[in-house]
Design a binder for this molecule. Structure first.
Ligand SMILES: NC(=O)c1ccc[n+]([C@@H]2O[C@H](COP(=O)([O-])OP(=O)(O)OC[C@H]3O[C@@H](n4cnc5c(N)ncnc54)[C@H](O)[C@@H]3O)[C@@H](O)[C@H]2O)c1
Length: 333
């Protein structure tokens, strides 16, 4: 019997780069698809077969699936900029819904054993945390709406075509290979880039927004286990410990001070965003043996040390579909 073949979309991003390495170390064959719009080719491990393709190109995606015949597909590719998504609505739906539809079609046509979809905590919207999987999603922005649309689409594809799937709703993951050159997302990454450039770190609003940050390494084994079963299930995965952005900034400053860098803070205009968001993970702990031992200080230290070895890259600027109400710090003029 040959090795199990796993195809990962978004292989050059944070989750993809870490999970592809994990699977290769466990003896799987790994095929990756990524258009490098939000990740970097140097993040992709050498032993991974890489296709540099935009998932919008459905006929190319179909050809890759026909050629590679993957057993399992992990669909990680997306552009996950929650607060920017209202300003790039059309792009968001194309990239996060239409691309996902292309992946789902390819899985159905090529008899993939199972599709694992990385949704988001963002589907819960502005409800009382901690969020549990049995809460009805009420996404509050186009990014969350696109994730929820695909969750519903998977259910429909399972009922009509027998497509097996599992949904994971992660939140605020961090680690090595995270894109730190995107000014619209990844708060720890943005602060690392700003500190290396000797700029103050930026906080939106009063910094009392509450989030829960988790180390990507704790996602690996639970993700792998999803090949074994858990069909049609939904799992929250992430850290139990939550903190305000101000507390995160204090931890960041403590760590980075010790590495010999000065950190000062600047408070900017408030963004339209959910004030408190974190999840309950009892289900993943019970069914997937998930555990989380995220140590924020060592995670920040590890990411900072890695970032210093990375080439200096240009910062990403998006083309906006709507300028109205754009925050002063994101205006392109
Ligand atoms: N990182 C988090 O905190 C977090 C939280 C909740 C959900 N998620 C979800 O998990 C998934 C992975 O997140 P991540 O942090 O690794 O993101 P990431 O941005 O680091 O990686 C996504 C990768 O997908 C690729 N990609 C995007 N659009 C593509 C397209 N049209 N065609 C081909 N490739 C494309 C990008 O180039 C990038 O390498 C995403 O679906 C994201 O929405 C992430």
């Amino acid at each position: 019997m040959g090795k199990t073949k796993v195809l990962i979309t978004g292989v050059a991003g944070l989750l993809g780069a870490n999970f592809s390495r994990y699977l290769l170390s466990k003896g799987y064959d790994v095929i990756g698809i990524d258009d490098m719009s939000g990740g970097y080719e140097s993040n992709v491990p050498e032993d991974c077969i890489l296709y540099k393709v935009n998932l919008l190109k459905d006929s190319e995606i179909q050809r890759i699936f026909e050629r590679e015949k993957p057993d399992y597909v992990y669909h990680f590719a997306a552009y996950a900029a929650v607060c920017l998504s209202p300003f790039i609505r059309k792009f968001n739906y194309q990239n996060n819904i239409v691309c996902s539809a292309n992946v789902i079609n390819a899985c159905i046509k090529n008899n993939v054993k199972k599709l694992i979809f990385s949704s988001s905590m963002d589907v819960y919207g502005d409800q009382e945390p901690p969020f549990t999987e049995d809460m009805r999603p009420f996404p509050a922005d186009p990014y969350g709406i696109s994730k929820y649309a695909i969750e519903l689409d998977l259910k429909s594809a399972a009922e009509q075509f027998g497509l097996r799937y599992t949904i994971v709703r992660p939140h605020n993951i961090a680690g090595v290979y995270q894109n730190i050159w995107d000014r619209y997302r990844n708060v720890i990454g943005i602060w690392i880039r700003k500190t290396l450039a000797k700029e103050p770190i930026t906080i939106y609003g009063n910094g009392e927004q509450v989030r829960s940050f988790s180390d990507v390494r704790f996602y690996m084994r639970p993700f792998e286990k999803l090949m074994e079963g858990f069909d049609s299930e939904i799992f929250n995965i992430g850290a139990d410990y939550y903190c305000s952005i101000n507390e995160l900034a204090d931890t960041f400053k403590n760590v980075v001070d010790k590495l010999g860098y000065d950190v000062s803070k600047v408070y900017l205009e408030k963004r339209h965003e959910v004030q408190e968001a974190y999840c309950n993970h009892t289900k993943a702990k019970r069914m997937l043996e998930f555990y989380d031992e995220t140590d924020l200080a060592s995670l920040i230290r590890e990411m900072f040390t890695w970032a210093k070895t990375e080439p200096s890259r240009s910062v990403k600027f998006m083309e906006y579909e709507i300028e109205k109400g754009m925050y002063s710090f994101w205006r392109n003029d």
